[in-house]
Design a protein around this ligand. Structure first.
Ligand SMILES: [Zn+2]
Length: 108
């Protein structure tokens, strides 16, 4: 599936895209001492901070475009926009807006 980007005018291939984070947000907030007690791997992370020890696993969440096949991993049925999109499918316009924003986001 492709779409013409409203930001750069180019055609983007959605099937080749995935977005993710290098580490949980908590990783960046660790002190140097906490970071030495913690572990960051390619697919898992253990954060040992003042609140205790927390475990994270990298997962690939598929968000189906409406009328496509169901996702393999399902989120809890909450009202969070990501959970709603996964449960009901995402509108193509919303998907394109998110992809455009992520592709053209200013570097942090
Ligand atoms: Zn673009």
């Amino acid at each position: 599936m492709t779409f013409v980007c409203t930001t750069c005018g180019k055609q983007h291939e959605l099937d080749d895209l995935s977005f993710g984070a290098h580490a949980p947000l908590q990783w960046d907030a660790l002190t140097e001492a906490e970071r030495k007690r913690s572990l960051l791997g390619n697919e898992q992370c253990e954060v040992d901070d003042s609140e205790g020890r927390h475990f994270y696993v990298c997962a690939c969440l598929e968000i189906p475009v409406r009328e496509a096949k169901r996702a393999f991993v399902e989120l809890e049925p909450t009202d969070h926009p990501l959970a709603v999109d996964q449960r009901l499918g995402i509108e193509e316009d919303r998907l394109q807006a998110i992809v455009t924003k992520l592709l053209h986001a200013a570097p942090a």
